[in-house]
Design a protein around this ligand. Structure first.
Ligand code: ZN
Length: 181
């Protein structure tokens, strides 16, 4: 089954998955690459300069979302990730605005990057209300940590769709069980 998430949550999932901890690759390794990635998705005007502090902020945000998503597959959210998330959310100054048709949206004031982060933050908030957030999980395999959307009925998945991850965990669980005997 696909590991894609609905709506803007998929954008967030793709954003977090730009780094592959296992392969040590990062598609957003420079401010220029971050700018290009965002403009490819219509989130930033082409050629917008990304300052290095904004680049750092975006990567910290990416990490805090991954750490929080890990809480969705484990048990509880990491307190450090919550602190970091709140610190990053604060300067985006998200406000509730009504569009011409009377529908509400959370819109960030501030810089170009604030608006990008604001959109991703709003997608998290909306997903927390509609119940989709708890389905966005980081793979329990500590060398993978890939973000996937758990489509299973009882939200019981622990690792991503990569066969190797399930096998690593199964092999480890097997070894631990055997040790206990
Ligand atoms: Zn995995």
């Amino acid at each position: 089954m696909s590991s894609a998430a609905p709506g803007d949550l998929e954008l967030l999932r793709q954003f977090v998955n730009t780094v592959d901890p296992d392969e040590h690759t990062d598609a957003l390794d420079t401010p220029e690459h971050l700018g290009a990635w965002l403009s490819d998705r219509g989130l930033l005007a082409t050629g917008t300069h990304v300052a290095s502090e904004d680049h750092t902020r975006a990567l910290r945000f990416r990490k805090s979302v991954r750490d929080l998503a890990l809480g969705n597959s484990d048990s509880a959210p990491d307190p450090q990730a919550i602190l970091s998330f709140n610190e990053l959310a604060e300067p985006t100054r998200l406000v509730l605005q009504l569009g011409g048709d009377g529908s509400a949206a959370l819109v960030a004031e501030g810089s170009d990057l604030d608006r990008v982060l604001g959109r991703l933050l709003a997608s998290i908030y909306i997903a927390m209300i509609d119940g989709n957030w708890q389905r966005l999980k980081a793979c329990s395999n500590d060398t993978c940590r890939w973000l996937y959307f758990d489509h299973s009925k009882n939200r019981s998945k622990k690792w991503c769709t990569m066969e190797s991850c399930g096998n690593v965990i199964n092999a480890r669980a097997y070894r631990e069980r055997r040790r206990e005997v």
